[in-house]
Unconditional design. Structure first.
Length: 306
Protein backbone atom coordinates (compact mmCIF):
# COMPACT_ATOMS: atom_id res chain seq x y z
CA UNK A 1 0.00 0.00 0.00
CA UNK A 2 1.38 3.44 -0.91
CA UNK A 3 2.27 5.75 1.99
CA UNK A 4 -0.66 8.19 1.29
CA UNK A 5 -3.15 5.33 1.00
CA UNK A 6 -1.84 3.84 4.24
CA UNK A 7 -2.16 7.20 5.93
CA UNK A 8 -5.72 7.53 4.67
CA UNK A 9 -6.57 4.00 5.71
CA UNK A 10 -4.96 4.09 9.17
CA UNK A 11 -5.48 7.67 10.28
CA UNK A 12 -7.93 9.68 8.20
CA UNK A 13 -10.65 7.07 7.86
CA UNK A 14 -10.69 6.22 11.60
CA UNK A 15 -10.62 9.94 12.38
CA UNK A 16 -13.62 10.49 10.10
CA UNK A 17 -15.43 7.55 11.69
CA UNK A 18 -14.63 8.95 15.13
CA UNK A 19 -15.88 12.40 14.12
CA UNK A 20 -19.06 10.84 12.72
CA UNK A 21 -19.54 8.89 15.95
CA UNK A 22 -18.98 12.02 18.09
CA UNK A 23 -21.41 13.87 15.83
CA UNK A 24 -24.02 11.18 16.31
CA UNK A 25 -23.56 11.18 20.07
CA UNK A 26 -23.70 14.97 20.10
CA UNK A 27 -26.91 15.04 18.02
CA UNK A 28 -28.46 12.41 20.25
CA UNK A 29 -27.54 14.40 23.38
CA UNK A 30 -29.01 17.61 21.99
CA UNK A 31 -32.12 15.79 20.79
CA UNK A 32 -32.50 14.17 24.20
CA UNK A 33 -32.14 17.49 25.98
CA UNK A 34 -34.62 19.17 23.62
CA UNK A 35 -36.79 16.12 23.19
CA UNK A 36 -39.96 17.86 24.36
CA UNK A 37 -42.40 18.53 21.56
CA UNK A 38 -43.42 22.17 21.07
CA UNK A 39 -46.74 21.46 22.80
CA UNK A 40 -44.96 19.92 25.80
CA UNK A 41 -42.52 22.84 25.98
CA UNK A 42 -45.35 25.38 25.99
CA UNK A 43 -47.53 23.47 28.44
CA UNK A 44 -44.58 23.07 30.86
CA UNK A 45 -43.93 26.83 30.63
CA UNK A 46 -47.61 27.40 31.44
CA UNK A 47 -47.36 25.17 34.53
CA UNK A 48 -49.23 22.25 33.05
CA UNK A 49 -48.30 18.62 32.58
CA UNK A 50 -50.84 17.29 30.09
CA UNK A 51 -50.08 18.42 26.50
CA UNK A 52 -53.76 17.91 25.62
CA UNK A 53 -54.43 21.28 27.27
CA UNK A 54 -52.38 23.00 24.52
CA UNK A 55 -55.19 23.81 22.04
CA UNK A 56 -57.28 25.31 24.85
CA UNK A 57 -54.59 27.72 26.11
CA UNK A 58 -55.73 30.72 24.01
CA UNK A 59 -59.27 30.29 25.37
CA UNK A 60 -58.08 29.76 28.96
CA UNK A 61 -55.80 32.82 28.83
CA UNK A 62 -58.10 35.11 26.87
CA UNK A 63 -58.48 37.58 29.77
CA UNK A 64 -54.80 37.85 30.58
CA UNK A 65 -52.26 40.05 28.82
CA UNK A 66 -49.31 40.03 31.23
CA UNK A 67 -48.74 36.31 31.55
CA UNK A 68 -45.77 36.13 33.87
CA UNK A 69 -43.06 38.77 33.92
CA UNK A 70 -43.70 42.25 35.24
CA UNK A 71 -43.31 44.74 32.35
CA UNK A 72 -42.66 47.61 34.83
CA UNK A 73 -39.77 45.76 36.47
CA UNK A 74 -38.33 44.81 33.06
CA UNK A 75 -38.47 48.47 31.92
CA UNK A 76 -36.88 49.67 35.17
CA UNK A 77 -33.99 47.21 34.95
CA UNK A 78 -33.50 47.81 31.22
CA UNK A 79 -33.27 51.58 31.89
CA UNK A 80 -30.70 50.97 34.59
CA UNK A 81 -28.48 48.44 32.82
CA UNK A 82 -28.99 48.32 29.06
CA UNK A 83 -26.42 50.07 26.86
CA UNK A 84 -27.19 53.78 26.58
CA UNK A 85 -27.01 56.21 23.66
CA UNK A 86 -28.25 53.88 20.95
CA UNK A 87 -31.54 52.39 19.85
CA UNK A 88 -31.67 49.01 21.55
CA UNK A 89 -32.22 45.81 19.63
CA UNK A 90 -34.45 43.64 21.82
CA UNK A 91 -35.44 40.00 21.45
CA UNK A 92 -38.25 38.70 23.67
CA UNK A 93 -38.12 34.88 23.67
CA UNK A 94 -41.43 33.26 24.63
CA UNK A 95 -43.02 36.72 24.45
CA UNK A 96 -46.56 35.48 25.06
CA UNK A 97 -48.91 38.35 24.16
CA UNK A 98 -46.06 40.86 24.00
CA UNK A 99 -46.73 42.71 27.28
CA UNK A 100 -43.00 43.16 28.00
CA UNK A 101 -42.02 44.09 24.43
CA UNK A 102 -44.81 46.64 24.13
CA UNK A 103 -43.86 48.20 27.50
CA UNK A 104 -40.18 48.39 26.49
CA UNK A 105 -41.05 49.95 23.12
CA UNK A 106 -43.28 52.54 24.83
CA UNK A 107 -40.70 53.55 27.42
CA UNK A 108 -37.30 53.15 25.74
CA UNK A 109 -35.69 53.85 22.38
CA UNK A 110 -35.71 50.31 21.05
CA UNK A 111 -36.90 47.86 18.43
CA UNK A 112 -38.34 44.58 19.67
CA UNK A 113 -38.78 41.21 18.10
CA UNK A 114 -41.03 38.83 20.04
CA UNK A 115 -41.26 35.11 19.32
CA UNK A 116 -43.83 32.73 20.75
CA UNK A 117 -45.17 29.31 19.86
CA UNK A 118 -48.85 30.22 20.01
CA UNK A 119 -50.29 31.97 16.98
CA UNK A 120 -53.22 33.48 18.87
CA UNK A 121 -50.80 35.07 21.39
CA UNK A 122 -48.71 36.53 18.58
CA UNK A 123 -51.84 37.94 16.91
CA UNK A 124 -52.85 39.59 20.17
CA UNK A 125 -49.32 40.94 20.68
CA UNK A 126 -49.57 42.63 17.26
CA UNK A 127 -52.95 44.14 18.17
CA UNK A 128 -51.55 45.47 21.46
CA UNK A 129 -48.56 47.01 19.68
CA UNK A 130 -50.98 48.75 17.31
CA UNK A 131 -53.24 49.89 20.16
CA UNK A 132 -50.27 51.40 22.03
CA UNK A 133 -48.80 53.04 18.92
CA UNK A 134 -45.58 51.01 18.83
CA UNK A 135 -46.35 48.67 15.92
CA UNK A 136 -43.58 50.29 13.87
CA UNK A 137 -41.02 49.28 16.52
CA UNK A 138 -42.38 45.88 17.59
CA UNK A 139 -42.65 42.85 15.41
CA UNK A 140 -43.92 39.49 16.49
CA UNK A 141 -43.56 36.11 14.93
CA UNK A 142 -44.71 32.58 15.67
CA UNK A 143 -42.03 29.96 16.20
CA UNK A 144 -40.18 27.60 18.48
CA UNK A 145 -37.59 29.62 20.37
CA UNK A 146 -35.39 26.53 20.75
CA UNK A 147 -35.08 26.39 16.96
CA UNK A 148 -34.46 30.13 16.73
CA UNK A 149 -31.65 29.88 19.27
CA UNK A 150 -30.18 26.83 17.55
CA UNK A 151 -30.09 28.69 14.25
CA UNK A 152 -28.11 31.42 15.97
CA UNK A 153 -25.53 29.12 17.51
CA UNK A 154 -21.89 29.56 16.61
CA UNK A 155 -19.20 26.96 17.27
CA UNK A 156 -19.36 23.85 19.47
CA UNK A 157 -20.53 21.90 16.43
CA UNK A 158 -24.00 23.36 16.69
CA UNK A 159 -25.82 23.89 13.40
CA UNK A 160 -22.58 23.96 11.46
CA UNK A 161 -24.37 24.65 8.19
CA UNK A 162 -25.90 27.79 9.71
CA UNK A 163 -22.65 29.23 11.06
CA UNK A 164 -22.08 31.86 8.36
CA UNK A 165 -25.60 33.23 8.86
CA UNK A 166 -25.17 33.17 12.62
CA UNK A 167 -21.85 35.01 12.58
CA UNK A 168 -23.21 37.81 10.41
CA UNK A 169 -26.60 38.06 12.10
CA UNK A 170 -27.13 41.15 14.27
CA UNK A 171 -26.56 40.90 18.00
CA UNK A 172 -29.15 41.93 20.54
CA UNK A 173 -28.61 44.55 23.23
CA UNK A 174 -31.36 43.11 25.36
CA UNK A 175 -32.59 39.53 25.56
CA UNK A 176 -35.81 39.01 27.51
CA UNK A 177 -36.69 35.65 29.06
CA UNK A 178 -39.98 36.39 30.78
CA UNK A 179 -41.28 33.53 32.91
CA UNK A 180 -40.49 30.84 30.37
CA UNK A 181 -38.81 28.44 32.81
CA UNK A 182 -36.09 26.08 31.60
CA UNK A 183 -37.27 25.96 27.95
CA UNK A 184 -33.69 26.55 26.74
CA UNK A 185 -32.12 24.31 29.39
CA UNK A 186 -30.67 25.18 32.78
CA UNK A 187 -28.97 28.54 33.35
CA UNK A 188 -25.60 27.34 32.06
CA UNK A 189 -27.11 25.94 28.85
CA UNK A 190 -29.42 28.90 28.34
CA UNK A 191 -26.73 31.54 28.78
CA UNK A 192 -24.18 29.61 26.75
CA UNK A 193 -26.68 29.21 23.94
CA UNK A 194 -27.65 32.89 24.02
CA UNK A 195 -24.12 34.21 24.28
CA UNK A 196 -23.58 34.26 20.51
CA UNK A 197 -26.53 36.58 19.92
CA UNK A 198 -25.81 39.00 22.76
CA UNK A 199 -24.02 42.28 21.99
CA UNK A 200 -20.70 42.64 23.85
CA UNK A 201 -22.26 45.11 26.32
CA UNK A 202 -25.78 43.64 26.11
CA UNK A 203 -27.89 42.32 28.98
CA UNK A 204 -30.19 39.36 29.53
CA UNK A 205 -33.28 39.96 31.68
CA UNK A 206 -34.61 36.78 33.27
CA UNK A 207 -37.89 36.60 35.15
CA UNK A 208 -37.81 33.36 37.10
CA UNK A 209 -38.27 31.73 40.46
CA UNK A 210 -35.58 30.12 42.59
CA UNK A 211 -35.44 28.03 45.75
CA UNK A 212 -33.78 30.11 48.46
CA UNK A 213 -30.58 28.74 49.99
CA UNK A 214 -31.34 26.79 53.13
CA UNK A 215 -34.85 25.76 52.02
CA UNK A 216 -35.66 22.04 52.03
CA UNK A 217 -38.17 22.47 49.18
CA UNK A 218 -37.35 20.70 45.93
CA UNK A 219 -38.94 20.97 42.48
CA UNK A 220 -37.88 19.33 39.21
CA UNK A 221 -38.07 22.60 37.23
CA UNK A 222 -36.90 25.14 39.80
CA UNK A 223 -33.27 25.56 40.81
CA UNK A 224 -31.58 26.62 44.02
CA UNK A 225 -30.18 30.12 44.17
CA UNK A 226 -26.59 29.01 44.79
CA UNK A 227 -26.77 26.59 41.84
CA UNK A 228 -28.06 29.39 39.57
CA UNK A 229 -25.21 31.66 40.72
CA UNK A 230 -22.69 28.90 39.97
CA UNK A 231 -24.12 28.28 36.50
CA UNK A 232 -24.11 31.98 35.59
CA UNK A 233 -20.41 32.19 36.46
CA UNK A 234 -19.69 28.93 34.61
CA UNK A 235 -21.28 30.44 31.50
CA UNK A 236 -18.79 33.33 31.74
CA UNK A 237 -21.40 35.86 32.83
CA UNK A 238 -22.32 37.72 36.00
CA UNK A 239 -25.48 38.63 37.85
CA UNK A 240 -25.32 42.41 38.05
CA UNK A 241 -28.71 43.21 39.56
CA UNK A 242 -31.92 41.59 40.71
CA UNK A 243 -35.36 42.80 41.67
CA UNK A 244 -37.30 40.47 43.93
CA UNK A 245 -41.07 40.43 43.48
CA UNK A 246 -42.58 41.18 46.90
CA UNK A 247 -45.34 39.05 48.43
CA UNK A 248 -48.08 41.66 47.78
CA UNK A 249 -47.10 42.06 44.14
CA UNK A 250 -46.90 38.29 43.75
CA UNK A 251 -50.38 37.84 45.23
CA UNK A 252 -51.78 40.60 43.00
CA UNK A 253 -50.18 39.07 39.91
CA UNK A 254 -51.46 35.59 40.81
CA UNK A 255 -54.95 36.97 41.29
CA UNK A 256 -54.83 38.70 37.91
CA UNK A 257 -53.54 35.61 36.09
CA UNK A 258 -54.87 32.56 37.89
CA UNK A 259 -58.39 33.61 38.85
CA UNK A 260 -59.61 34.33 35.30
CA UNK A 261 -57.71 31.27 34.09
CA UNK A 262 -59.49 29.01 36.59
CA UNK A 263 -62.86 30.58 35.66
CA UNK A 264 -62.24 29.83 31.95
CA UNK A 265 -61.23 26.25 32.79
CA UNK A 266 -64.55 25.81 34.64
CA UNK A 267 -66.41 27.08 31.55
CA UNK A 268 -64.55 24.54 29.44
CA UNK A 269 -65.52 21.78 31.87
CA UNK A 270 -69.16 22.61 31.15
CA UNK A 271 -68.65 22.88 27.40
CA UNK A 272 -66.61 19.69 27.14
CA UNK A 273 -67.71 17.37 29.96
CA UNK A 274 -65.84 14.50 28.31
CA UNK A 275 -62.60 16.45 28.97
CA UNK A 276 -63.52 17.28 32.57
CA UNK A 277 -60.41 15.55 33.97
CA UNK A 278 -58.14 17.61 31.71
CA UNK A 279 -59.38 20.99 32.95
CA UNK A 280 -59.70 19.81 36.52
CA UNK A 281 -56.07 18.63 36.39
CA UNK A 282 -54.95 22.00 35.00
CA UNK A 283 -56.82 23.89 37.75
CA UNK A 284 -55.17 21.66 40.36
CA UNK A 285 -51.74 22.39 38.87
CA UNK A 286 -52.48 26.13 38.93
CA UNK A 287 -53.45 25.97 42.58
CA UNK A 288 -50.23 24.11 43.39
CA UNK A 289 -48.34 26.72 41.41
CA UNK A 290 -49.88 29.59 43.40
CA UNK A 291 -48.79 27.91 46.62
CA UNK A 292 -45.26 27.42 45.28
CA UNK A 293 -45.00 31.01 43.99
CA UNK A 294 -46.32 32.58 47.17
CA UNK A 295 -44.84 30.34 49.84
CA UNK A 296 -41.97 28.20 48.63
CA UNK A 297 -39.80 30.09 46.19
CA UNK A 298 -38.53 33.59 45.49
CA UNK A 299 -39.53 35.22 42.21
CA UNK A 300 -37.24 37.82 40.77
CA UNK A 301 -36.06 39.50 37.64
CA UNK A 302 -32.33 39.08 37.19
CA UNK A 303 -29.96 41.13 35.07
CA UNK A 304 -27.14 39.07 33.62
CA UNK A 305 -24.28 40.27 31.46
CA UNK A 306 -20.78 39.27 30.44
C1 LIG B 1 -45.70 32.06 31.26
S1 LIG B 1 -45.75 32.55 29.60
C2 LIG B 1 -44.87 34.09 29.66
C3 LIG B 1 -45.16 34.99 28.48
C4 LIG B 1 -44.44 36.32 28.47
N1 LIG B 1 -43.00 36.17 28.44
C5 LIG B 1 -44.86 37.17 29.66
O1 LIG B 1 -44.09 37.24 30.63
O2 LIG B 1 -45.98 37.73 29.61
C6 LIG B 1 -44.61 31.45 28.79
C7 LIG B 1 -44.59 31.61 27.28
O3 LIG B 1 -43.55 30.80 26.74
C8 LIG B 1 -43.99 30.31 25.49
N2 LIG B 1 -43.17 29.15 25.11
C9 LIG B 1 -42.86 28.06 25.85
N3 LIG B 1 -42.06 27.22 25.16
C10 LIG B 1 -41.86 27.79 23.95
C11 LIG B 1 -41.11 27.41 22.79
N4 LIG B 1 -40.40 26.29 22.75
N5 LIG B 1 -41.13 28.26 21.74
C12 LIG B 1 -41.83 29.42 21.76
N6 LIG B 1 -42.55 29.82 22.82
C13 LIG B 1 -42.56 29.02 23.91
C14 LIG B 1 -45.45 29.98 25.73
O4 LIG B 1 -46.19 29.88 24.53
C15 LIG B 1 -45.88 31.15 26.61
O5 LIG B 1 -46.43 32.20 25.87
Amino acid sequence: MRREALLAHKIILPAMKYAAMVGTIWRKTVKKKDSKSLEESVVAAMDGTDPEIYPYLPYILQDVWEMGASPEVMVRLARRHAPQHRELAVIDLGCGKGAVSVALARMLPCRCLGIDAIDAFIEEARQKALAFGVADRCSFTTGDIREWVERRQVGKGLSRSKVPAATTAPKFDLIVLGAIGPVLGDYFETLTRLSSCLAHDGIILIDDGYIPDGSTFTHPLIQRKNEIDRQIVRAGMKLVDKEVIGTDDMQASNKAIHQPLIRRCRELMEKHPEQHHLFEGYIRKQEEEIDILENRIVCSTMVVKR
